[in-house]
Design a protein around this ligand. Structure first.
Ligand code: AP5
Ligand code: MG
Length: 240
């Protein structure tokens, strides 16, 4: 969907599909909220962490290369992640809107995305999920995931019906390799030094930045709040 910039400026906002970036610290709820929003809107939920973990699980050459990087809490190389994203954004299911989760998370990725938006109709919106530090630690140390369907649980706040197995398919739940305490602390340091400045960079490129203080909101309320904000920006976005 490329067109020239004068055409874009003349399009009324509701006719421009939304490109939503879910932004926030590790454990802020990007994945949980992204899955809910994908159901509500019908837009694809593109999580770079999930794409990388999929490569690791399939033991592809890329996955073998990425395994130690993810386990250390540092970031994968910009060019590699960006290529993965540009490729995925070219799929037809992204044309009516999409949800990015975990991208961009460095200044070069943000500059690359701002460039990608040029000449495209999308209206970019960054949703900053803001959660305070102790709640982030509580969420990450209690997280459990289903290795089969990717469902995200929490021992206290989103428990499964039967202990230790996924509600959807009965698979035994696992702990993410990077949810060990030392790695969590490294991921938070990486977030502070490399990712935090990204919101401001995108704002200077004309991206709308919306912050939601969601440390004390349950996941459904967070998703509802985002839908409400997006509706105000673009008209009704829910598919039903
Ligand atoms: P990624 O998978 O993106 O990890 P992250 O940013 O550290 O974020 P998380 O997935 O840990 O947290 P989340 O915000 O999704 O929270 P969740 O919904 O699960 O990236 C992993 C790694 O991949 C990176 O470290 C890096 O190496 C690499 N990578 C990825 N993208 C990259 C990129 N662009 N460039 C370079 N490298 C990249 O929720 C957490 C817990 O909280 C769950 O238990 C959940 O049930 C609970 N919870 C969620 N919402 C709520 C709520 N509202 N109330 C109570 N509990 C809640
Ligand atoms: Mg996630």
């Amino acid at each position: 969907m490329t067109t020239d910039n004068a055409d874009i400026a003349n399009k009324p906002a509701p006719q421009r599909p939304l490109a939503v970036m879910l932004f926030g610290a590790p454990g802020s709820g990007k994945g949980t909220t992204g899955k809910m929003l994908a159901k509500l809107t019908g837009w694809p939920h593109l999580a770079t962490g999930d794409l990388l973990r999929e490569q690791i699980a399939r033991k592809t050459p890329l996955g073998l290369e990425m395994q130690s990087i993810l386990a250390s809490g540092k970031l994968a190389p910009d060019d590699l992640v960006s290529r993965m994203v540009w490729d995925r954004l070219g799929w037809p299911d992204c044309e009516n809107g999409f949800l990015l989760d975990g991208f961009p998370r460095t200044i070069p990725q943000a500059e690359g995305l701002a460039h990608w938006f040029q000449g495209r109709l999308f209206r970019p919106v960054l949703i900053h999920l803001w959660v305070e530090y102790n709640e982030i630690l509580r969420r990450l140390t209690g997280r459990r995931i289903c290795p089969a369907c990717g469902a995200i649980y929490h021992l206290e706040s989103s428990p499964t019906r039967a202990a230790g197995v996924c509600d959807n398919d009965g698979t035994a739940l696992t702990i993410r390799a990077d949810d060990q305490e030392e790695v969590i602390l490294q991921r938070l340091r990486t977030y502070q030094s490399q990712t935090w400045p990204v919101a401001e960079t995108l704002r200077t490129h004309g991206v709308l930045v919306e912050a939601i203080d969601c440390g004390e909101m349950d996941p459904e309320s967070v998703a509802d709040r985002i839908v409400w904000r997006l509706d105000r920006i673009a008209g009704s976005i829910a598919k039903n």
